[in-house]
Design a binder for this molecule. Structure first.
Ligand SMILES: *Cc1c(COP(=O)(O)O)cnc(C)c1O
Length: 412
């Protein structure tokens, strides 16, 4: 990080600068949610009727605060931001996906993925890579990639032989709320030595090991089991006469708040107990995605249609499961929309259904959800919308997620 405050560094980063930056005052006495809602109101009030469509507010202060918390709580682990959680559409410099990444880069966070440039700070963390992507990684100078099969070793030896590898290990089962990734990726214990030998034979260097316990983590003790497996792999490399490993990548799955403190406590203890003797020579890195992205984004969506059926209320909004509310499908997100106007005390609420805009009847955001009477032109606000949302949306049915505006907001 250069001179100046972290906030100045972030705001002057390319990509953040190009975006639509709005500043607002954060009054210490008010709740941050209220402040962001106030900002959303003023964005709507100052936009023309034609511009009044769903948008995101990316609150940079949140990322700056999360980065400070990371450095305080996990001081020995360098974060590499997992781009897929909220990525950069490379052709569209005005979008805050890019600003989001630029913001974390400016803070000194590395990147998991293969964007051009910034190659020293990249890990290509997908264990199964298409050959053109490996060739691109070679051109871009990405020098560290994960693997968990012999076929990947052969591909790397062919397409990017100077790339160093991290052996991806299978994490312990049962660690996530959102579906286990555990069968798709990661070497089992008995596969570790054969996979190390395969790299040895092919002349590809293995710099270390990685694991990713899943996303988000529900039982933080999985980090200890995974750290034990990592140590066994370090020892297996020594037993095979390979150069000592020097990178331990503990993956992602972190959630901001108390859950992060709990995970960090387990990780700090496990690193001291299991890797204590090696730590001076081992660089420990992590690949947090949602930790940085989730709470920094707020969605505002506009009511575009309405139906009354007896006591039930139904409305359509201009974002849905094929747009940034894709996290309902992909990330098991349970949306909790609130009316931008706020609810008056004692105001009657109705069991409401909120639909997304596409013609697919599965494009349903919430149902049986208590809301005051919503009318066309009203707005719903969704908090914590930064993880696996805009990055996973589509153009289905003519609603193109890449056109959605993202306002980059900061408070001083
Ligand atoms: C998706 C992913 C991450 C990020 O996970 P989060 O839960 O968003 O932190 C990290 N590492 C790998 C290999 C991933 O696939």
């Amino acid at each position: 990080m250069g001179g100046g405050s972290p906030m100045q560094t972030v705001l002057s980063a390319p990509g953040v600068n190009d975006g639509k930056v709005v500043s607002f005052t954060l009054d210490a006495a008010t709740d941050e949610k209220d402040t962001v809602a106030g900002l959303i109101r003023s964005i709507i009030a100052t936009s023309s009727p034609a511009q009044r469509t769903a948008f995101h507010v990316f609150h940079i202060n949140t990322v700056v605060d999360l980065f400070s918390a990371w450095r305080r709580t996990l001081p020995d682990v360098r974060p590499y931001y997992a781009v897929k959680c909220n990525p950069d559409p490379a052709l569209d410099p005005g979008r805050a996906g890019r600003a989001g990444r630029r913001a974390v880069l400016a803070l000194g966070v590395g990147v998991g993925g293969i964007p051009p440039g910034a190659n020293r700070s990249n890990v290509y963390a997908n264990p199964c890579k298409a050959e053109p992507h490996l060739e691109y990684a070679a051109e871009a100078g990405v020098a560290l990639a994960t693997y968990d099969t012999e076929s990947e070793v052969a591909k790397v030896a062919r397409c990017h032989p100077r790339c160093e590898l991290l052996l991806r290990l299978k994490g312990p089962d049962g660690g996530t709320t959102g579906g286990d990734l555990m069968n798709k990726y990661g070497a089992h214990a008995h596969e570790v030595s054969p996979l190390l030998r395969a790299a040895q034979r092919a002349g590809v260097a293995v710099a270390g090991v990685s694991f990713h316990v899943g996303s988000p983590v529900s039982r933080v003790d999985v980090y200890r089991g995974a750290t034990n497996s990592a140590r066994a792999a370090f020892d297996a490399a020594v037993a095979l006469g390979m150069p000592p490993m020097r990178v331990l990548d503990i993956g992602g799955g972190f959630r901001a708040g108390a859950a992060f403190d709990e995970a960090a406590a387990v990780i700090n203890d496990a690193l001291a107990d299991v890797f204590g003797d090696l730590l001076p020579c081992v660089e420990v890195i992590a690949e947090p995605g949602r930790y940085f992205a989730e709470t920094a984004f707020t969605l505002a969506a506009r009511v575009i249609g309405k139906r009354v059926r007896g006591e039930a209320r139904e409305c359509w909004i201009d974002d849905g499961l094929y747009g940034s509310l894709n996290n309902v499908l992909m990330d098991h997100k349970v949306p909790r929309p609130r009316p931008l106007a706020g609810a008056c005390p004692g105001e009657k609420t109705y069991a409401s259904t909120v639909f997304g805009p596409t013609c697919d009847s599965r494009d349903l955001v919430v149902t049986g959800y208590q809301l005051p009477e919503m009318c066309v032109g009203d707005w719903l606000v969704f908090d914590n919308m930064g993880a696996y949302s805009t990055g996973a949306g589509s153009k289905f049915n003519g609603f193109d997620i890449s056109e959605m505006k993202i306002y980059v907001a900061y408070s001083s």
